[in-house]
Design a protein. Structure first.
Length: 280
């Protein structure tokens, strides 16, 4: 028979096993994310002959010949600048439209509120290739084809549902009593929002902007269909590197990944702060 003194030992053993399972799971997830990035950067920073050599060293030789050739290729810098512009406009549109919608959903009750939230989610159910032809025809007729603003409108449409749902969660986590206290002190609704709610929600709004940036930066299908001269970097890589040598493909992939990683790293504190607000 099991004595009463064995119970704490068994509980501690279960807890220890649970911790090991958790640590192992986290380690596997970290490796799942970091190993492909490391292999991409290692090949981009290796000499061309080293990329196809066997056995392959995991430590790069820090040869920048592939990157230098890639950046010297005609159209790369223009495509990179186009991607930055489209991502910036997408962030502005997604936050400018998504944050007010999220605030309205969290603070007001109106007929069809739940249906509206459902429709916001359902906008992601329509595959972009299905909409590509109608969008292309409409953009040609309106003069928005092959323009930065036209592509940014499409990317903002993709990012808007996330912006609405994230900001809705953020504003719902901020007590409405704070706004009511500001009203009693003479603030209008806009002043209370600007002086009380917005500073508290700013980290989460910045996190929503990060998601919008990443969605725009990585999107390739709309950029390839709706642009010809003003291609973004993803569409340019899809067009130009299809038959390129392997070392140039790694260099192009690194150029595409590094700016996104740097941007997310620069605003990572807002991503962490968002969870503290949303879970309040």
């Amino acid at each position: 028979m099991t004595g009463p003194t064995d119970t704490p030992i068994a509980v501690e053993a279960v807890r220890r096993s649970g911790r090991w399972v958790f640590v192992t799971g986290v380690a596997l997830l970290v490796l799942w994310v970091l190993v492909p990035i490391w292999l991409l950067l290692a090949n981009a920073l290796s000499a061309p002959q080293e990329v196809t050599s066997f056995p392959r060293s995991l430590i790069p030789s820090f040869d920048t010949a592939s990157l230098a050739f890639f950046f010297g290729f005609r159209g790369v810098l223009d495509a990179l600048w186009n991607s930055v512009q489209v991502a910036a406009v997408t962030m502005i549109l997604a936050i400018g439209l998504g944050a007010p919608a999220g605030y309205a959903l969290s603070r007001f009750d109106f007929p069809g509120k739940e249906a509206f939230r459902f429709l916001v989610v359902m906008t992601r159910a329509f595959p972009l290739p299905l909409l590509a032809l109608p969008l292309a025809v409409m953009f040609i007729r309106t003069g928005l084809d092959d323009t930065i603003i036209g592509l940014a409108l499409v990317h903002a449409t993709l990012a808007l549902p996330f912006a609405v749902l994230i900001t809705y969660s953020l504003f719902s986590g901020i007590p409405v009593e704070l706004e009511e206290a500001a009203w009693t002190l003479g603030c209008t609704r806009f002043q209370a929002f600007h002086k009380v709610v917005l500073p508290l929600a700013a980290p989460g709004i910045a996190a929503s902007a990060v998601f919008a940036f990443v969605i725009s930066w990585n999107e390739v299908f709309a950029a390839a269909v709706l642009t010809i001269q003003n291609r973004t970097l993803t569409a340019f890589l899809l067009q130009s590197l299809d038959v390129s040598p392997l070392h140039l493909k790694f260099a192009g992939g690194a150029v595409l990944v590094i700016p996104g990683l740097l941007f997310i790293s620069a605003v990572r504190k807002y991503l962490f702060a968002m969870w503290g607000i949303a879970n309040r």
